[in-house]
Design a protein around this ligand. Structure first.
Ligand code: AVI
Length: 328
């Protein structure tokens, strides 16, 4: 039972070029060091490659989080309880979302996503799987406060933000997002959030630089997308995918490194890279118990339960939008 939908949100010029993409790419290639926001990795090809990443042997987060959702369903049911509207930040995964919905008997499911096509397809699939459940997709940028459908206004809410997507943001942005989620969901709501854990550097680097080269393709697709959509001529063969651990920021960084000195054009403008220079394309922050707690508290959420997978690689945290009692 699908009950809601929305308007296209992409800001295109008369030639159909996504202006936000162009502005971010041109600004990012002009700055030192070069950096382009990670959200542009996810065009259709990038989204398909990310789906492939979730299946590769080295990329443990998806399997680890799924294991928690599968194994701890009775604890979710006990601590979350029935009758909530589950508001998912993102379109929902075909495996993780059904596991959560089966565990807690929700009153409604509200996926929020900026990409309407993906949103509608996954909402339809979920609606088929849970025939009696009201499914109300909302096409919206969840980085801003979202007005939820009237039908769920008076229901208690559970926000669901799996996958450790929070780790793709720098601290300031993730705190802003957590606060925005609190405004979207309201006082007294709960949030179930996935946060990947700090671990052995070799395991982390392998997860972002797999032997089969799928993550390299995912990263290089950004340069291909720039060439396709912005009339670029970046020499793809002169770029190499790099994944490195930054101990200072507790994060994996993805970069595209120039293998030789190169010059290229994007949208009629010229750029150059020296051999060894990189374009920073993604951060994936990792957490421990304290850093995840500090981040959630800074964002207005009090952690109340924390679950790990059997190999202690990944955490799922249940938090509440309540003011914590603390002194002074
Ligand atoms: C979407 N996000 C949580 C992934 C991550 O693990 O940071 C994106 C990713 N990038 C490369 N591999 C996976």
């Amino acid at each position: 039972m699908i009950t809601n939908s929305g308007l296209a949100l992409v800001n295109r010029d008369d030639d159909g070029v996504n202006q936000d993409f162009r502005n971010d790419v041109l600004a990012g290639l002009s700055q030192t060091p070069k950096a382009i926001p990670a959200r542009w990795l996810y065009d259709d090809a990038g989204s398909r490659l990310f789906e492939e990443i979730t299946q590769i042997p080295e990329y443990y987060p998806t399997r680890a989080e799924t294991q928690i959702l599968r194994d701890r369903s009775s604890e979710f049911s006990e601590r979350i309880g029935a009758g909530r509207a589950v508001v998912e930040f993102g379109s929902g995964s075909s495996v993780k979302t059904p596991l959560l919905l089966s565990a807690i008997e929700p009153a409604a499911y509200v996926p929020l996503d900026i990409s309407g096509d993906f949103l509608r397809a996954s909402a339809a699939a979920l609606s088929d799987k849970f025939p009696g459940l009201p499914v109300c997709p909302v096409e919206a940028d969840f980085m801003r406060q979202v007005a939820l459908p009237k039908t769920v206004e008076n229901l208690p809410k559970l926000g669901f933000f799996p996958g450790s997507t929070i780790g793709n943001m720098v601290a300031r942005t993730s705190v802003d997002l957590l606060r925005t989620m609190r405004e979207t969901l309201g006082e007294g709501s709960q949030l179930l959030i996935g946060m990947d854990l700090i671990k052995d550097t070799d395991v982390l680097v392998a997860a972002y630089d797999d032997a089969s080269g799928v993550t390299a393709e995912f990263n290089l697709n950004l340069a291909r997308r720039i060439n396709r959509e912005l009339g670029g001529d970046i020499p793809i063969d002169a770029l190499k995918h790099i994944a490195r651990w930054s101990d200072e920021f507790a994060r994996i960084e993805m970069h595209l490194e120039a293998l030789e000195d190169i010059t290229f054009q994007v949208a009629g403008l010229s750029y150059s890279m020296q051999q060894g220079e990189t374009i920073h394309t993604e951060n994936s922050h990792k957490f421990d118990r304290r850093s995840s707690q500090t981040l959630l508290l800074a964002g207005g959420w009090t952690p109340v339960s924390r679950w790990l997978d059997d190999e202690e690689r990944f955490s799922l945290i249940l938090a509440e939008a309540t003011v914590p009692r603390s002194a002074p």
